[in-house]
Design a protein around this ligand. Structure first.
Ligand SMILES: Nc1ncnc2c1ncn2[C@@H]1O[C@H](COP(=O)(O)OP(=O)(O)OP(=O)(O)O)[C@@H](O)[C@H]1O
Length: 322
């Protein structure tokens, strides 16, 4: 039998009700569907207010959904059994300052009703994994942000969950701290864990995630691997290498509704750059340039970065409430 999806969300909706008579409504999720497969590292991306935290809170059973379904590892989100198999690293986890790394893990382990022996054994493994084995008796007061975040990861992993939900795991870390957290995520993936993370640092997410969902205004705008997103993203840049480019080429392109810039490569060749260029724009640009007497030698389609795709899918819009 196939193992169940790590996360399965279908037509999930959440409307917050605010105000004295709870009359003001804010639709945070408007029919979101997505799936996370076992063993993958999945990135949830979206601008502020997109609904990411709301989704994570529903998955953890902290917030009730309005409608739709959400399950983790085949069990309803929020159920006792799904909670027991999920580890969570909240954004800015604050460990009480009187703790050392070891006493903090002891504290969290007892909260999860683990036995003293289990806690001791897991703490040894995890402190090793997160690189705090030799600093486990120091007060967390002296910890750097990166060390604190690594301790947070150890806390999330204590009960050996199959699925890890990480809220902004590298936020506020320096490049070294980010790379350490990235290495830990890769090791966990190697151990077969599923990781669902939410991050604003797109370059980083691009390097560690297998697939992504881009959420905006409570809706999924795109879902898939970076190659899938490049394929479905109609706004990829285009570069045309041309000769005999007329001096009024930019105006001719503007008349064809295409915004472009040009660069000279050598006395015979020019480059025409079109930043966001759906196929229809490219077709019109080619027609306009040829009609103006230019000769097209080459057309290059740029490979968009995750950030470019994100920006093309998430245009700023005024906040909407019902
Ligand atoms: N408890 C709440 N009561 C009312 N509205 C809320 C509540 N929590 C979130 N919202 C609204 O729901 C929408 C989605 O918010 P959410 O915090 O889920 O977005 P987000 O993508 O996590 O944003 P950010 O990146 O800023 O954390 C926003 O319009 C927000 O104002």
């Amino acid at each position: 039998m196939d193992s169940p999806l790590a996360i399965d969300i279908q037509d999930l909706r959440k409307t917050y009700r605010e105000g004295i008579f709870r009359k003001r409504r804010q639709q945070a999720l408007r029919g979101v569907s997505l799936d996370v497969r076992p063993g993958e590292v999945f990135g949830l991306l979206g601008p502020n207010g997109a609904g990411k935290t709301t989704m994570i809170k529903i998955l953890l059973g902290i917030v009730h959904k309005s409608s739709g379904t959400a399950s983790l590892l085949g069990h309803a989100a929020g159920s006792q059994i799904s909670r027991s198999r999920v580890g969570y690293l909240p954004e800015n986890l604050r460990v009480a300052r009187h703790h050392t790394a070891r006493t903090a893990l002891n504290f969290y382990g007892r909260l999860s009703r683990m036995s003293t022996q289990q806690i001791a054994r897991r703490s040894d493994e995890l402190l090793e994994l997160v690189g705090l084995r030799h600093r486990d008796r120091e007060s967390v007061r002296g910890f750097s942000k990166g060390m604190g975040q690594r301790l947070g990861l150890a806390q999330a992993l204590l009960h050996d969950p199959d699925l890890l939900i990480l809220d902004e795991p590298t936020d506020g870390l320096d490049p070294l701290g980010r790379s350490q957290v990235r290495d830990i995520i890769n090791q966990l993936k190697g151990q077969g864990k599923t990781i669902f993370l939410n991050s604003h640092i797109l370059q980083e997410v691009e390097t560690i995630c297998d697939r992504f969902a881009i959420l905006a205004q409570g809706e999924v705008r795109a879902i898939g691997s970076i190659d899938d997103l490049r394929g479905t993203n109609a706004e990829t840049a285009a570069t045309l290498i041309v000769s005999h480019l007329p001096s009024d080429a930019i105006e001719k392109l503007a008349q064809a509704d295409v915004t472009a810039t040009t660069e000279t490569i050598n006395p015979d060749l020019q480059r025409v750059l079109i930043d966001r260029c759906p196929q229809a724009d490219l077709d019109r640009a080619v027609d306009a340039l040829r009609a103006a007497g230019a000769s097209i030698h080459q057309i290059q389609r740029g490979t968009s970065t995750l950030e470019q795709i994100f920006l093309s899918l998430v245009q700023p819009q005024p906040p909407e409430s019902l």
